[in-house]
Design a protein around this ligand. Structure first.
Ligand SMILES: Cc1ncc(COP(=O)(O)O)c(C=O)c1O
Length: 494
C-alpha cells in the first residue's frame, strides 16, 4: 500500500527558498513596467533563443531555480510590446500594475469562476453590474465576462440567432429553414465572419453593407437590403453596427442602424470592442449615442479599459435570450440550495466555457483602484493624442492620412513618387517593419482602399506627447533610408 512518505506533491520542498525566488520574480515584474520607457518597444527573438523553444519536453524537472532562470532569460525579454508607451498596434492595451497583482492573486486563489458560490461569482456579477450602468443598459440585463471581443461577439450572435431561429432549431439545428442572414458593414471585424462560420450560418450569412467616405456604414441602404433579401426568401435576423472599426476607428450611426433594426423586427448588436469605452468620457459619449438601445453589446476590458490580457464582456438586454444558446441539463452541474454549488445563475449557461479563470478580479481591482472617471479622462487624452498625430501627419511633406480621425485611430502612409503602387506598398511595409524591429514604436498595418496602410490606434495610458514626435521623426528618417535603397525619387507633397 502506498504510504504518506511515498506521496509526491507540487508544493515546494523548501518554502523559504521558493518565497525568496517568488519575491525576486515579483520585483522583476514591477521593474519591467516601471522601466518600460527605456526599453525597446519590441525585440526580435534571436535564433539562439528560438532554438531553446524547440527543445523537447522535460521528463525530469530542472527545479524551480533553473526553471525561473529560463523564464528570465528566454521569455521575459520578449513581450508583444503592449506595455510600451509607443505601442499603438492593432487595438492592444497595456494593462496596469494593479491588474497584474490581481491576476497573480486570481492565480493564487485558482477559482473556477462563475459556476459556484464563491467570491469569483460575486465579483463578476458586480463588475457586469457596473458595466451595465456605465453603458446605459438596464439593470436586469445579462452580463458575462469573456476572453475578449471575439467571444463576446460570438455569444451575442448566438443569442441573436436563437432568438430568431425556428423554435425547435436548438434540437434539430438550422437545416431546412430559409437561410438566416445578418447585416454588417464592409468594415466589420473579422470576428463576426468567424462567428457566422462557427454558428453554422456560413459566410454568405454576412450581408455586407457598403460604407461611405468616412468608413461608416451606409445606413440608408439597410432597410432596402433587408426588404430585398426578404423578397428573395432569406431570413434576416440581425443588424451589427461597430463603434470603432479596426481599420480606421470609424463609428457607425448607431441611432439610425438601431432604428432600422427595430422597425424591421431584427436584433441590434453593437461591436464596441474598444470604441464602446468612449461612453466613459463626457467628451466622446455623444459618439456612442444609441448604443444603450442595443439588444447586445460586446466590448473588451483588455483594450481601452487597460485591463491585463485577457478579458472582454458581453451585455445582453434580456436574460432569457442570453441563456437560450447555452442551456443544457447536466445533473452534475445543477445548482443546490446551499454549499459550493449554490449558484443560481451559473456562467456555463451564458457562454461556451464551463471552467473559466477569475478574469473579473483584475477588472474589479483596477476599477476600484482607478475609478471609472480616470478611465474616461484617459480615453479623452488618447483621442486628443490621435488628433495631434493627425495634425503632425497633415503638416508633414512626406506623410499622408487616408481616413478621418473619428476616435483614436490614425490611418496613414508615407508618400512616394517614382514607384509603382505595388512598390509603394512594399516601401511602406518595409518602413513599418524597420520601425518595429528597431524597437522604436509599434504602429500596425492594414489595407485601406486596396493600398498597404499604417495605422496608430492610440489605446495607451503611457503615451506622452513626445512619443508622437519620435514616431513621426522615425517615419521620415527611416523613410528616406528605405527610399534610397529602393530607388524611389522623393516623397514631396504632390
Ligand atoms: C472592432 C473589433 N471587434 C472585435 C475585436 C476582437 O476582439 P478580441 O481581440 O478581444 O477578441 C477587435 C479586436 O481588435 C476589434 O477591434
Amino acid at each position: 500500500m502506498i504510504r504518506n512518505d511515498d506521496l509526491e506533491t507540487l508544493d515546494p520542498a523548501d518554502w523559504d527558498e521558493f518565497r525568496q525566488l517568488a519575491h525576486e520574480m515579483l520585483d522583476e515584474a514591477l521593474d519591467m513596467q516601471h522601466d518600460i520607457r527605456d526599453a525597446p518597444a519590441w525585440r526580435p527573438i534571436p535564433e539562439s533563443t528560438g532554438a531553446r523553444f524547440r527543445e523537447g519536453r522535460p521528463l525530469d524537472g530542472i527545479g524551480t531555480q533553473a526553471a525561473f532562470a529560463d523564464l528570465r532569460e528566454l521569455v521575459l525579454p520578449h513581450p508583444t510590446g503592449t506595455l510600451h508607451s509607443r505601442f499603438w498596434g492593432w487595438a492592444g492595451g497595456q494593462g496596469s500594475p494593479t491588474g497584474m497583482v490581481a491576476d497573480m492573486m486570481a492565480a493564487a486563489m485558482n477559482s473556477a469562476a462563475g459556476n459556484f458560490d464563491d467570491a469569483a461569482s460575486r465579483v463578476e456579477a458586480q463588475v457586469t453590474q457596473w458595466m451595465k450602468e456605465a453603458m446605459g443598459f438596464p439593470e436586469a440585463a445579462s452580463g458575462f465576462i469573456t476572453s475578449g471581443g471575439s467571444v463576446a461577439n460570438l455569444i451575442a450572435l448566438a443569442a441573436a440567432r436563437d432568438a430568431h431561429a425556428p423554435e425547435d432549431s436548438g434540437r434539430r439545428g438550422l437545416s431546412g429553414g430559409p437561410p438566416m442572414v445578418f447585416y454588417a458593414s464592409s468594415e466589420t471585424h473579422s470576428s463576426m465572419h468567424k462567428a457566422a462560420k462557427m454558428l453554422g450560418l456560413g459566410l454568405d450569412a454576412v450581408r455586407t453593407v457598403p460604407v461611405n467616405d468616412a468608413f461608416r456604414m451606409r445606413v440608408d441602404l439597410l432597410a432596402p437590403m433587408i426588404e430585398q433579401d426578404r423578397a428573395r426568401g432569406l431570413h434576416p435576423f440581425a443588424v451589427v453596427a461597430t463603434v470603432g472599426t479596426i481599420n480606421t476607428g470609424s463609428v457607425d450611426d448607431l441611432e439610425v442602424a438601431g432604428e432600422v433594426a427595430r422597425d424591421a423586427g431584427l436584433w441590434f448588436h453593437v461591436d464596441g470592442a474598444f470604441g464602446a469605452i468612449a461612453a466613459l468620457s463626457p467628451h466622446t459619449a455623444h459618439l456612442v449615442a444609441g448604443m444603450s438601445e442595443a439588444d447586445s453589446l460586446a466590448f473588451d476590458f483588455h483594450k481601452w479599459m487597460f485591463v491585463n490580457y485577457e478579458a472582454g464582456c458581453v451585455l445582453i438586454r434580456r436574460h432569457e435570450d442570453h441563456t437560450r444558446p447555452f442551456t443544457t441539463s447536466a445533473s452534475y452541474l445543477a445548482p443546490l440550495p446551499r454549499g459550493t454549488a449554490a449558484q443560481p445563475d451559473p456562467g456555463n449557461l451564458r457562454g461556451p466555457q464551463l471552467s473559466k479563470g477569475f478574469k473579473a478580479l483584475k477588472v474589479w481591482l483596477a476599477l476600484k483602484d482607478h475609478g471609472f472617471d480616470r478611465h474616461g479622462r484617459i480615453v479623452w487624452q488618447n483621442v486628443q493624442q490621435a488628433r495631434r498625430l493627425a495634425e503632425m501627419i497633415d503638416a508633414s511633406d512626406t506623410l499622408e492620412r487616408v481616413a478621418p480621425v473619428a476616435l483614436n485611430v490614425v490611418a496613414f502612409r508615407h508618400r512616394v513618387s517614382g514607384l509603382s503602387d505595388a512598390d509603394a506598398d512594399e516601401f511602406n511595409r518595409e518602413l513599418l517593419m524597420r520601425i518595429q524591429e528597431r524597437g522604436i514604436a509599434i504602429p500596425s498595418h492594414t489595407i485601406v482602399h486596396d493600398r498597404f496602410t499604417l495605422r496608430a490606434c492610440i489605446i495607451n495610458h503611457r503615451t506622452r506627447m513626445e512619443d508622437l514626435d519620435i514616431l513621426v521623426d522615425a517615419l521620415e528618417s527611416i523613410g528616406r533610408e528605405v527610399l534610397s535603397e529602393m530607388g524611389g525619387v522623393g516623397a514631396e507633397r504632390g
